[in-house]
Design a protein. Structure first.
Length: 295
């Protein structure tokens, strides 16, 4: 394990370590205006949602490498309003183009080819191409530090939200496959929340916990922490009769036969089989496989 004190390296060096290890980060595509009404559109990946009562978003247009405030921050200091537009895969290259360091007063809607749509509650326009846009008022700006990379956290309250209809499923819930979001990674990398990159984790239950896992399972060199998490979430282990009866299930007797013939170590065979079942969320069957060794 490499241990680093941020004071022992330059700000850009530690910045690269942080953005390379903390992600994927959602992207706030922020549209603002200055006191003269000139529009700015810029993406920020130091961003997230922080509450729903009231609905609160926050993002940080931190100082640039010269220690100067970014145009978005200068704008909200003059006009404390912003539209936070969500970025999906269809628009990611255009969004990246808008992040170029244009002179203040240059309209990135024009430069990046986006379509401005008048907002209803705030002065900055929203992005027509975005699947979701939040019209916000700025509640507070929190500045920490100074010089290059200094933090300027803009805390916003949502006043009105716009959702493209085709991102909803028939239950009126946003379908994560339809919204097709992207996230920022380190360097020039992004990731796409789509296809096999999406997976579900069931809401946690008050299960038996890691401390009640048999030592041979808890210390498995085959099962991962996520595998063990699924096993530890059950509220009770199968009873002995169920375990013994499961010995006749398809493929289980074959594992014992392989072990008897010296092909492989039985616990390893059982753990590999259980891992396959856990991948399909067949947790009860995985337990029945693992406990064959105990029986």
């Amino acid at each position: 394990m490499k241990t680093i004190d941020p004071k022992d390296m330059s700000q850009p060096e530690f910045h690269r370590l942080m953005i390379g290890s903390i992600g994927p980060r959602p992207i706030a595509f922020a549209s603002t205006v200055d006191a003269a009404g000139r529009v700015n559109l810029s993406p920020f990946s130091f961003f997230n949602v922080f509450g729903s009562n009231p609905p609160t978003l926050a993002f940080a247009p931190n100082n640039n490498r010269y220690g100067q405030k970014k145009h978005t921050l200068l704008n909200v200091e003059e006009v404390p309003e912003v539209v936070v537009n969500v970025v999906n895969y269809e628009m990611v290259e255009q969004m990246s183009l808008a992040s170029a360091e244009y002179e203040r007063g240059v309209d990135e809607f024009v430069k990046a080819g986006f379509t401005p749509v008048p907002s209803e509650r705030v002065r900055p326009p929203r992005v027509a191409e975005s699947p979701v846009s939040y019209e916000c008022t700025v509640q507070q700006i929190v500045t920490v530090g100074n010089g290059p990379g200094a933090t300027n956290l803009i805390i916003c309250q949502v006043q009105l939200a716009h959702f493209r209809e085709d991102i909803f499923n028939d239950k009126e819930v946003i379908d994560q496959r339809r919204i097709d979001l992207v996230g920022r990674m380190g360097g020039e990398y992004y990731c796409r929340a789509y296809g096999e990159a999406l997976f579900e984790v069931a809401r946690p239950q008050k299960g038996i916990g890691f401390d009640q896992l048999p030592a041979a399972i808890r210390n498995s060199r085959i099962l991962t922490g996520s595998d063990l998490g699924k096993l530890a979430a059950v509220d009770a282990l199968p009873i002995r009769e169920e375990i013994v009866n499961f010995r006749q299930a398809d493929g289980i007797a074959d594992l014992f036969e392989q072990a008897r013939n010296g092909c492989q170590y039985l616990p390893d065979l059982l753990h590999v089989k259980a891992k396959e079942l856990l991948k399909e969320n067949r947790v009860r069957e995985a337990w029945l496989v693992l406990l064959q060794d105990e029986s």
